[in-house]
Design a protein around this ligand. Structure first.
Ligand code: PGA
Length: 251
């Protein structure tokens, strides 16, 4: 089912106490307020279980920012999808460009992570997007197409339907340089088009596609008003409860 979603990716920010305080503040801001989107926060892994507790009784869902591409065993330092699920978190971000760039994640690895997330009942929020040089060379459609096909199209229509997609042009992440509403809509419509070709119109219509990259309280409304933009994956602006709340209320 296509949904509006605003998800906050805290990245490697906030210690445990600060993270619990931020989650608690957000819960308080949302108390008694009707919102028109699902709300998700993705704290660092060390905080996930405590943040799940902190937001209990609210509409806020919790995501991990990553999971292992292996089921279990001798993989020191890794955390499995099953472990994440056991904390009460419901989502996991997979294939963020920072994971692709700094930790060598390929579409193949991302595909394995998606499979494990789905097997464990987590909703994967799968990221893709071109880097600046690719956009300048006008290769962004091609890049996005191969990322989406290689990481996400090897699943059944039913499993694909459980994923949330997030278009994050790398040149817009943390740079203050947002994709224009037209640039976002253009890629989102393109992606929905290739989903129609692969899985048919119903699956494409039901697919939630988020935009991420310097989304903030000022530009959120314009971005979210596009037909094919179903919400945002928010980095920097999710670290302040009031800013994140303002983005949630852009719907
Ligand atoms: P940003 O990050 O909002 O700080 O640009 C977005 C993201 O990387 O998910």
């Amino acid at each position: 089912m296509r949904k509006n979603v605003v998800a906050g990716n805290w990245k490697m920010n906030k210690n445990l106490q600060e993270g619990v305080a931020l989650a608690t503040e957000l819960k308080a801001l949302l108390n008694g307020v009707t919102v028109k989107c699902d709300v998700v926060i993705a704290p660092p892994l060390t905080h996930v279980a405590s943040v799940v507790d902190a937001v209990k009784g609210s509409i806020v869902g919790v995501a991990a920012q990553n999971c292992a591409d292996k089921e279990k065993g001798a993989y020191t330092g890794e955390v499995s999808a099953e472990m994440i699920q056991s904390t009460g978190a419901q989502y996991v971000i997979i294939g963020h460009s920072e994971r692709r760039e700094y930790y060598g994640e390929t579409n193949e690895i991302i595909k394995n992570k998606i499979a494990l997330a789905l097997q464990n009942g987590l909703t994967p929020i799968v990221c893709f997007g071109e880097v600046l040089a690719q956009r300048e060379a006008e290769k962004h459609f091609e890049v996005v197409k191969s990322q989406v096909e290689e990481a996400m199209f090897g699943f059944s229509p039913e499993d694909f339907g459980k994923m949330i997609l997030a278009y994050e042009p790398v040149w817009a992440i943390g740079t203050g340089k947002t994709a224009s509403a037209e640039q976002a809509q253009e890629i989102h419509a393109f992606v929905r088009g290739i989903i129609v070709e692969k899985f048919g119109k119903q699956v494409a219509d039901d697919c939630t596609i988020l935009y991420g990259g310097s989304c903030n309280p000022t530009n959120a409304k314009e971005l979210f008003s596009n037909t094919d933009v179903d919400g945002g994956l928010i980095g920097g602006a999710s670290l302040k409860a009031a800013d994140f709340m303002a983005i949630i209320q852009a719907f």
